[in-house]
Structure formats: C-alpha cells, structure tokens
Design a binder for this molecule. Structure first.
Ligand code: NAD
Length: 332
C-alpha cells in the first residue's frame, strides 16, 4: 500500500530538485502517494500567508511531508516558512546526519555523526524589538520541557542506532541561566541512559574540535541557533550543502528537508545537487519503514559518487540536476 505524503516543491531551485528526487523515488519503486501543497514565495505574492492553513492542515492529517527549500524575505517582517512549519506543527527535533560519503573527497575521513537541534525555542522565538531607535533587544527562551524532549530524542536515537556517545553543545559559561538550564536538563536525562556516554562542550570549542577531532563525536544535542550554525559547518565537512540532508520530527508529524536554502541564483538552470533532498527523502522512506527502497537509493547514489563520472558543479563536475538523478536511476 502506498504511503501518503505531502510534497511542498519550494522556491528557487526547489521545484527542479523535487522533480529529480521524485523520479529517483519512482524508479526505486518507493510506494509514495504525493499530495502537492502550496507554500513559499508564490503564496506571499498571491496575498496568502507564507504557509497557508490548508497546507498545515494537510500535513497534520497525513503526518509526513517532503519539503523543498523556501526563500525567506529579508527584513520585511515576514516570518520564515520553515520557522512557521516547525512552530505550527511543533516539530521540535531537527535531525541532521553528517557523514563522509565514499567517492566524495573530504579531509574528514570517517566523519559520521548526527546533530539533534532543538527546533522551537531559543532566539528563534523571534522576540526582538527596538528599545530606542539606536538600541535593539532580542529574547532567548529555553524551557525544561523543550530541553528534556530534545535530549531524550537524542538518547533514544543513540540507543536505537547503537551510537555510543551524546555530547551536549552549549554556551553555559556565558549564558549561565538559559544554557545552564539546557545543560543541566541534558545531564539529568543522561542519567536514564547509563549505557551511553555523556559529555558536554562549549559551542566555540565544539567547532574547533569538529574540524580537528571529528572522530570523537557521535551524537550532538544542542539548542536552536548553535544547531543551525553547526549544521552548516558539518555540511561543509561532508562536501557541501548539496549533500546534507535533514528531518524535523514532532510527536505527530515529520517534515523532511535538506539543510540548504533555495539557492535562488541557480533557479531554472538545472545545476544544483539533488543529493541533499534525495537523502532527506531517504530519511522519509525509513520513517515509513521502507528500508529496502531507502537502502537501494543510497547504494546507487554511492555507486555514482565512487564511479565519479556524474557530478554536479558543487562537487567539481558538470552534470545537471536531472542528469545526476538519471545516473542514480541507471544504477538502481
Ligand atoms: P543557500 O543554501 O540557498 O545557498 C548557499 C550556497 O550553497 C550557495 O552558494 C548555493 O548556490 C549553494 N547551494 C545550496 N544548495 C545547493 C545544492 N543543492 N547544490 C549545490 N549548491 C547548493 O543559502 P542562502 O543563499 O543563504 O539562502 C537562500 C534563501 O534560502 C534565503 O531566502 C534563505 O532564507 C533560504 N533558506 C531556506 C532554508 C530552508 O528552506 N530550509 C534553509 C536555509 C536558507
């Protein structure tokens, strides 16, 4: 039986990436029944909210969505579509696997870790204002509930996937109250998982350690903003944003999306790498229990990387988005 999933094509390069991913999934025999729903720039231009209520409702009903990247208008007071989805659907756990793929050159051999980023709190509450015309203030909020559930999600994942260590990343030396609460909550949850090592690291030190001692890290659990920044750092370590997937999980819904944005300068050029969105779709297949189709796609993708004849520009090649997808399909 086919699994129902909402498809949001996204802005900029989103629709061409989604078309490439859709054809790979079809070729792999993944049983997905797509429901196309609108969100993003086009909705704004039509005078609608950036994510219309009907799209939110449909995801609630179906429980799963694959989302292309969306453009966020800068400084116009419009809330980001991504933040809207995460908040309205309470997608509190942003999960970003990071690994060195065979065939992709990176100095970070053996890189293999997973970032758990808290998705609903922190400075992303977007509570900021002018105190005076020359002074601004932003509020950061961290709760025990928010910290508990992301910590537990990280430990549960570690146990399920036989990972050995969870590291809490914070800045509790400076943000003693907010980050102090996040750290102490993670420490308390860690006591329920004596089989998994627990460590913590200050975020700046964590960045340095990641590029010097990446093999020491397994699962990282962190707040919203640090998670955002660490994700892009780790994406660079993997070979770039073109290969970094992600997923957002809540109690009732899951939305799968690449780490990267809409790469607007390449819109319509059939140029960007569909790997990140494809691997996000693979995470969706795993969520549905379609492990066989997921494994087939990853094996075919790795074959294409190892063979090295087909690569998009970001990995030093000249294949287009759709040709790269065709190369994967040929391997399937
Ligand atoms: P971006 O991720 O779109 O692009 C950053 C760089 O990475 C660019 O050089 C781009 O060409 C390259 N890149 C991105 N995706 C790629 C891919 N699949 N293959 C190859 N190269 C790729 O980031 P940006 O330029 O800062 O943001 C553009 C828009 O996207 C903004 O409006 C931003 O708010 C939005 N954004 C959306 C999401 C999301 O939808 N989850 C995430 C980040 C940024």
């Amino acid at each position: 039986m086919a699994h129902k999933a909402v498809m949001i094509r996204g802005d900029g390069t989103g629709p061409e990436l989604m078309a490439a991913v859709d054809k790979v999934l079809r070729a792999a025999g993944a049983p997905i029944d797509w429901i196309d729903m609108p969100a993003g720039e086009k909705c704004l231009q039509a005078g609608q909210p950036i994510v219309p209520d009907e799209t939110i409702e449909k995801i609630r009903e179906v429980g799963v969505a694959l989302k292309g990247p969306m453009t966020t208008p800068v400084g116009k007071g419009t809330v980001s579509a991504n933040v809207t989805l995460r908040k309205k659907l309470d997608l509190y756990a942003c999960v970003r696997p990071v690994r060195a793929f065979p065939g992709i050159k990176t100095p970070f051999e053996g890189l293999d870790l997973v970032i758990f980023r808290e998705n609903t709190e922190d400075l992303y509450a977007q509570i900021e204002y002018y105190v005076t015309p020359t002074m601004t203030l932003a509020k950061k909020f961290i709760t025990v509930r928010g910290s508990e559930r992301i910590a537990r999600a990280a430990f549960e994942y570690a146990r399920k996937h036989k990972r050995k260590k969870v590291t809490c990343v914070h800045k509790a030396n400076i943000m003693k109250i907010c980050d102090g609460l996040f750290l102490s909550t993670c420490r308390r949850i860690a006591q329920d998982y004596p089989d998994i090592e627990f460590a913590d690291n200050i975020v700046d030190n964590q960045c340095m350690q990641l590029v010097t001692k990446w093999r020491l890290y397994d699962v990282l659990v962190t707040e919203n903003l640090y998670g955002d920044i660490l994700s892009d750092l780790c994406a660079g370590m993997m070979g770039g944003l073109g290969v970094a997937p992600g997923a957002n999980y809540g109690e009732k819904c899951a939305v799968f999306e690449a780490v990267h944005g809409s790469a607007p300068k390449y819109t319509g050029m059939n140029k960007v790498n569909p790997t990140a969105l494809l691997l996000s779709a693979v995470m969706m297949l795993e969520h549905f229990g379609e492990q066989k189709a997921a494994d087939r796609i990853v094996a075919a993708l790795e074959d294409v990387f190892i063979e090295g004849r087909h690569r998009t520009y970001d990995l030093g090649g000249s294949s287009g988005t759709s040709e790269f997808a065709d190369a994967i399909i040929a391997r399937l």
